[in-house]
Design a protein around this ligand. Sequence first.
Ligand code: COA
Length: 200
Amino acid sequence: MLCQVHRYPTDLIDVVWLRDGRRLLIRPVLPQDEALTTAFFGSLPARARYERFLAPVRDLPPALVKRFTNIDYASHLALLAETFDGGRETVVAEARYARDGRDASVAEFAVSVAEDWQRRGLASRLLAKLLARAAAAGIARVVGETLAGNEGMLHLARKAGFTARPSPHAPGVVLLERAIAPAPPNLHCGDLTDPQFVAA
Ligand SMILES: CC(C)(COP(=O)(O)OP(=O)(O)OC[C@H]1O[C@@H](n2cnc3c(N)ncnc32)[C@H](O)[C@@H]1OP(=O)(O)O)[C@@H](O)C(=O)NCCC(=O)NCCS
């Protein structure tokens, strides 16, 4: 399915240094990132893929990879974090939100970080960027689902201001939810990761 592509949000491109001193590029995904995206999810342990998709996924179906990389940056936004070690471009994390098809004021988010890059604040940074952008885009509520035993995700989400409650639909699944306040008009893009603009 073809989607209307809004302007590529260059203001979301960022170079970040993690707590351990390693440097990463964060940028919105591009249609030519299919192979990088496939390689990233393929590199995750089976357990991490299960935690991300809440299902046993071995290889991402090509149609899903296309959907993940051909986005309109408005109803669907995805950020990649990547390295260029040894001249090789490698994705080490991805985070995205997609608006609910029935209620555009609600968006669902998900995030994954490669094992070697976890517990360095990367998912928190990506989520903060997504939430700030969601606020600027007029999204009022961000939701997510995670396994009840996913301590990392639960900790990350609670720290980012999400509430967590058991899913009434799926046993062992927790619903994460957070209201976000609209960003003030004329907010400079550089201000978008300021926590004051994402607090409800
Ligand atoms: C969950 C996940 C995204 C966290 O990524 P991350 O980059 O390690 O997260 P951060 O470094 O930003 O950590 C955020 C907080 O959670 C804590 N945390 C991270 N992993 C944790 C774990 N396994 N157990 C307990 N706490 C954990 C961190 O210590 C940090 O808290 P602190 O600032 O108080 O120290 C990552 O573990 C992952 O990709 N898991 C597999 C996929 C998945 O579960 N996705 C979520 C479903 S959408």
